[in-house]
Design a protein around this ligand. Structure first.
Ligand SMILES: CC(C)(COP(=O)(O)OP(=O)(O)OC[C@H]1O[C@@H](n2cnc3c(N)ncnc32)[C@H](O)[C@@H]1OP(=O)(O)O)[C@@H](O)C(=O)NCCC(=O)NCCS
Length: 205
């Protein structure tokens, strides 16, 4: 069931996800209160994924410093939660299964993105990026940039699939995405979801 604001939408996919008996991940923006859950998400990535994500070998302390530094930056940080979207008096939110950092630098945003290995190739990375673009577009951001390693076939594949521009340098790959293209894809997808949802209501009285 799709619901909510652009920054609190729903990714439905037909898969029994780990931990909780529900049919999809909830997507929302994260804040300083989510620091521990974001750190846990990064620590659950294996060393190769962490290398691809950060282009560096970060130990747990460095990961925590990275996360604690996020909240003072301008931008949009989106998480896909497997379980309750928000913490309550008797439960924690999450856990976080995917995260997209879109940090604003001048008139552009820098992307860092990661999806739990068990949930890849289900469109979650794409949906996070498209949703982030739809939130950045009204702020005048036109381009999203990312850097990764030349052997990162998953992210380079994703960049090609989303019409990104991929530039190889000897040590790194630089990718840029057009925000308007991603945001338009987000709107098409949301419109299709809303129509499907409307069609699932019983007609008549
Ligand atoms: C890159 C990453 C975020 C992709 O997340 P994802 O949720 O699996 O991506 P999607 O399901 O949205 O994939 C979209 C498209 O990208 C391409 N793609 C994704 N993974 C791919 C792979 N392993 N090989 C080739 N193409 C791939 C495909 O075209 C895919 O569409 P398809 O599944 O319909 O063929 C994920 O692999 C990841 O977390 N990697 C480790 C961290 C990292 O490298 N981050 C990027 C640098 S910041």
């Amino acid at each position: 069931m799709p619901y909510g604001l652009p920054n609190m939408s729903f990714i439905g996919y037909p898969l029994a996800v780990p931990c909780r008996g529900h049919s999809g991940l909830g997507l929302r923006q994260v804040t300083r209160a989510d620091t521990d859950a974001v750190v846990e998400h990064f620590l659950a990535l294996d060393p190769v994924d962490r290398w691809m994500r950060f282009c560096a070998t970060l130990n747990p302390e460095a990961i925590r410093r990275h996360v604690e530094g996020l909240w003072d930056r301008d931008g949009v940080i989106l998480a896909a939660c497997d379980g309750p979207l928000f913490a309550g008096p008797l439960h924690k939110a999450g856990p976080i299964r995917a995260l997209a950092e879109l940090l604003i630098v001048g008139e552009e945003a820098e992307l860092g993105i990661s999806v739990d290995p068990s949930l890849r190739r289900r469109g979650i990375g794409t949906y996070l990026l498209q949703t982030g673009a739809s939130l950045l577009e009204p702020r005048g951001i036109r381009t999203i940039r990312a850097t990764t390693m030349p052997d990162n076939s998953s992210f380079i594949g994703m960049a090609h699939a989303l019409d990104g521009t991929v530039n190889y340098t000897p040590d790194l790959v630089e990718v840029s995405f057009d925000v308007a293209t991603l945001a338009a894809a987000y709107r098409r997808r949301r419109a299709a979801e809303m129509l499907r949802f409307a069609g699932s209501y019983p007609q008549g009285a």
